[in-house]
Design a protein. Structure first.
Length: 278
């Protein structure tokens, strides 16, 4: 049933890959089993990709690019578009901006920000939502989320700041071990030269103000040196480009950051959570 649905919902990028692979495989005189052996997959997996019964994975695209040598650039280029097709439609425009961003200023209060999630945490969060998703859809979304980690190490380098509300750190997903791995990964990210990670304490409101009370936001400096704001709520999203509105969000983010623990205090706090066994 899932495979039948995949054939119906496959996007243009997946269809293009399937067409090109089949054309090149036949031109090279290879059966599906023979191509599968070359790239480390079964013939059934190649067949599923060519017939759109199973979405092509990022890893398979890399192997196909090497096996069908003279079109490596095609497969490299298609990786982005195939990834985009796995994501909710409302997120795609933002992802294109994120991948070329010069800087990102992020505030997350409900969950660990997607850019900083481990595989286990992302899978637990996505699979636990409602309405429930199929196993295939969960894997697609997890793979797409993990692919965003290229933002930590790319050229030009992206400067990334994240303020995590303490509530996001306290909210548990999956298991104790998954949370421990997530905390340790956050601590690792906090040590990257292009990353600043801070924690906004739960009791900040006792000081008389909490600039983060209105919810999460993502401020991005684009490759053209303009700023945009991206926000999500209940599977709906909005991309704000109006300079006056973006300026207000930028000021709000600056206030949130000023109310958070310092980077060193935040790292110590996260490491303490990892050591507590949650």
């Amino acid at each position: 049933m899932a495979r039948s649905k995949n054939k119906e919902t496959a996007g243009p990028a997946a269809r293009m890959v399937a067409f090109v692979v089949r054309h090149m495989r036949l031109r090279m005189g290879l059966t599906q089993d023979q191509l599968g052996e070359i790239i480390g997959y079964t013939g059934a997996a190649v067949s599923a990709m060519e017939t759109l019964a199973q979405p092509v994975s990022d890893e398979m695209l890399m192997q196909l690019g090497q096996a069908l040598g003279d079109d490596v650039e095609f497969f490299e280029g298609m990786r982005l578009w195939v990834r985009l097709e796995r994501l909710p439609e409302e997120f795609r425009d933002y992802l294109l901006i994120e991948q070329k961003a010069l800087s990102m200023y992020l505030y997350a209060m409900n969950n660990i920000h997607g850019l900083f999630q481990t595989d286990g945490y992302a899978r637990a969060q996505i699979s636990g939502g409602y309405p429930p998703l199929s196993h295939e859809r969960i894997e697609e979304l997890v793979l797409a989320r993990m692919a965003r980690k290229t933002n930590f190490d790319r050229t030009p380098m992206c400067h990334i700041e994240l303020v995590l509300d303490e509530s996001a750190l306290r909210r548990k997903f999956g298991s104790t071990e998954i949370m421990r791995e997530q905390y340790l990964y956050l601590a690792e990210c906090a040590r990257y030269k292009n990353v600043t990670l801070q924690v906004l304490p739960l009791d900040i409101g006792l000081m008389g103000e909490n600039a983060g009370a209105r919810g999460e936001l993502n401020l991005v400096e684009t490759a053209e040196h303009t700023q945009v704001t991206y926000m999500e709520i209940q599977d709906e999203s909005v991309l704000v480009t109006d300079p006056a509105k973006v300026s207000t969000y930028a000021q709000r983010y600056a206030k949130i950051r000023s109310q958070a623990l310092s980077a060193h205090e935040s790292l110590a706090f996260i490491e303490r959570l990892a050591g507590e066994g949650t």
